[in-house]
Design a binder for this molecule. Structure first.
Ligand code: GTQ
Length: 352
């Protein structure tokens, strides 16, 4: 054997032997994986993905025949990212699902440390109650259930109700901070509160005098679509669209103007008919849902058409463009941007 080969091969073998001997002591050499841990740019397992509502809606009906909301606790089909299968994750940090509740059904009250947002897709006459206060839901409404607030859902209408759920499940799992309680295990039911209270107290550009927020989340838990759309339309009527976002607004906590909840931010944007956004990327992997209109989406090399109620994911740092069809498009989205901003991690790159 030639000495050089022996030298290199011997050195490699000595290293492999070393790795094998330290392995039982739960040790590993950083130098073998430094480049894949500390990447130059985000190297997400999260993939761009599009769920066509027309294709998947029948599965919800089928789920409705297979299990009641009561038995399921929450009858939801999880939207699993193909790059993160088995992890109940739509992006690396966020969970998304489609929840359906049939007429007469109740999804029983519980609370958990995971925070939830809802975007109502279909139906009317169903409510969510948050800490005992019922609010009825209509298409396009944005509703929040902050961490550790009691919530139940019920359908008093005549048709199925479907909404998009967004939760910080993967984030809470990463932090090992999951707690949950079921009202059925309590000695007494959650006391009912009058409907409309939170809107009266917090949703009229007024606040209760001396109010001290008990949590970092918005005390206003419904952002009605009628009001959101009126705001978007008024802005769109008198202003040029932003090159990368069209007309884009952020849902805000009326107490401080911050995000409605600390772990998830939510956004709504109007793209005028025919308008296409300039290439854009940011570090917050984002779940989008189309409310109105039809859009062509380009994420890296991937292309698809998204229609009302379709959901799609743009991974962290994936350059994308969204182009409205001939009519105005309205798109909802949510991401972990508040967390990244607090941690000093959030970055964006605009091409215009
Ligand atoms: O509505 O409480 O999609 O607890 C997942 C977990 C919805 C909810 C989900 C939940 C809920």
């Amino acid at each position: 054997m030639n000495t050089t080969t022996t030298g290199e091969a011997g050195a490699l073998e000595a290293r492999r032997d070393f790795y094998r001997r330290i392995d039982p002591d739960n040790l590993a050499p950083l130098w073998e994986q430094l480049h894949s841990l500390v990447t130059r740019t985000p190297a997400s397992q999260c993939r761009p993905v599009h769920w066509d509502y027309r294709k998947i809606r029948p599965y919800l009906d089928e789920a409705g025949r297979l299990i009641t909301a009561e038995e399921a606790v929450r009858r939801v089909l999880i939207l699993e990212n193909p790059g993160l299968r088995g992890q109940a994750a739509a992006t690396t940090s966020l969970y998304a699902g489609l929840q359906m509740i049939l007429p007469g059904e109740i999804a029983p009250p519980h609370r958990h440390t995971q925070a939830a947002i809802r975007l109502i897709l279909e139906g009317e006459g169903a409510y969510t109650s948050v800490d005992g206060e019922k609010t009825f839901m209509e298409r396009g409404d944005f509703i929040i259930t902050p961490a550790w607030h009691w919530h139940e859902h019920g359908n008093e209408g005549a048709a199925p109700m479907v909404w998009l759920d967004g939760l910080d499940v993967p984030m809470v799992a990463m932090l090992d901070a999951s707690f949950a309680e079921h009202a059925a295990d309590l000695p007494a039911p959650i006391p009912a509160r009058r409907g409309g209270e939170s809107k009266a107290r917090f949703g009229s550009n007024l606040l209760p005098v001396d109010y001290q927020a008990p949590s970092p989340s918005s005390p206003l838990f419904k952002y009605p679509y009628a009001e959101t759309l009126a705001a978007l339309r008024a802005i769109a009527a008198g202003n040029p669209p932003d090159a990368c976002h069209g007309h884009k607004l952020r849902y805000a906590n009326p107490l401080d103007g911050g995000y409605p909840m600390p772990t998830m931010g939510a956004f709504i944007q109007l793209l005028p008919g025919g308008f296409g956004t300039a290439p854009y990327r940011c570090t917050a992997g984002t779940v989008f849902a189309v409310i109105d209109g039809e859009v062509e989406v380009a994420i890296g090399e991937q292309r698809f058409t998204a229609r009302p109620n379709d959901v799609f994911v743009v991974p962290s740092w994936a350059e994308h463009r969204i182009t409205a069809g001939k009519d105005d498009a309205v798109i909802f989205s949510f991401s972990d941007r508040p967390v990244q901003e607090i941690l000093g991690l959030w970055r964006e790159q605009r091409s215009a």
